[in-house]
Design a protein around this ligand. Sequence first.
Ligand SMILES: [Zn+2]
Length: 414
Amino acid sequence: MSTPLTPPGATRRQRISSLQEIEELPGLQKVVRSLHEQREWLDRVHIELTEIPAPTFLETERASYMAERFRELGLERVRVDSAGNLLGERPGTSSGLIAVTAHLDTVSPPGMPIVVKRDNGRFCAPGISDNGAGLAALLGTAAAVQRSRIETDLSLLFVANVGEEGEGNLCGMRHLFAQRELSEHVQGVLVLDGANIKHTAIAGLGSRRFLIAITGPGGHSWSDFGAVNPIHALARAVTQLNEIDLPSNPRTSLNIGAIQGGTTVNSIPQSAWMKVDIRSSEAAMIQQLSLALESAIQAGVEKENQRGSGRLEATITPIGDRPVAEMPPSARILEVIREVDQSLGIQSRLECSSTDANIPLSLGIEAIATGGGGSGGGAHTPDEWYHPQGRELGLQRILLIVLRLAGVFDEAEA
Ligand SMILES: [Zn+2]
């Protein structure tokens, strides 16, 4: 959209320079007062979208539902990119962009039907909060900003992206920001994830994930006893890993999240595998632990090869890599979140976490991740829940952050 011509006799439009002036705009006040009017609609779409299963890599149907809502709200250039991300725009007057994103995918297994149950004001279903709440907030924000009729300097790009959870490995955000013509214009990213507004991720926790597989000849538990055993080798490696003293500063974790091997109790297994997740706020720690993991596997296999007959082989396959990323303390988005939270009386802990924001942050683009409002719990469990009380405050907060980042024109002469 180009800058509208100034009508004769009108004064030139001014970009508003303070948060207070944005809060005092009649358009904003009207929209904040009427946030509760969209409550019924937002609860309904929140439940509807949650009931469309969207396991990682299978987000298409939920993306189509969101696309319909984007169009209804009057967003422009609504499209799905080749990775499956849904994009919609609200044009500003200049070429820069502020991106507001929420991930579409859930950790529910493919084929599992999702039914939202209501219980005492709570909505209960897997994915209702993570990331039903974020997607609902994305729609709620788009609806509110459209209704406000406030004109922004930068354009707003609304994105419902794929591939955040688990082995999605942030593929949606990676694809989005790999497009230079888009990423070059993005001046700030607000990632909406879950409900909780009391936590805001301002730095990207790094993680690396590995699949370790050990294979061997196998055999009968009695007649071939003495042959190398992949489970025994894996167990040695696990013991060695458990003995590593992990620092609390920088906070670092090493988790063996899945382990499997063998077929029957009276067989020497032919294979065993495990999945390992390493996280730290410091890249050097992740590197160090990745090497420690490698040597633990090597030691476990070697010991078993020395002890028994036959030979074990180990393969280590990386299945995830999220970069550690930080913003300079002078980042504008940090200033904006502090200013908005202070104005609304919200005390949000600014912390380091592993989110979609890791990708823009690792490219030097300012980004934060926070909840969409209301409350929720039990993420990634069958007992996940969401309560919409307080959602309006979350939306008001997002609205102010977005408008402050995008820059707003005084509407007096509009
Ligand atoms: Zn999430």
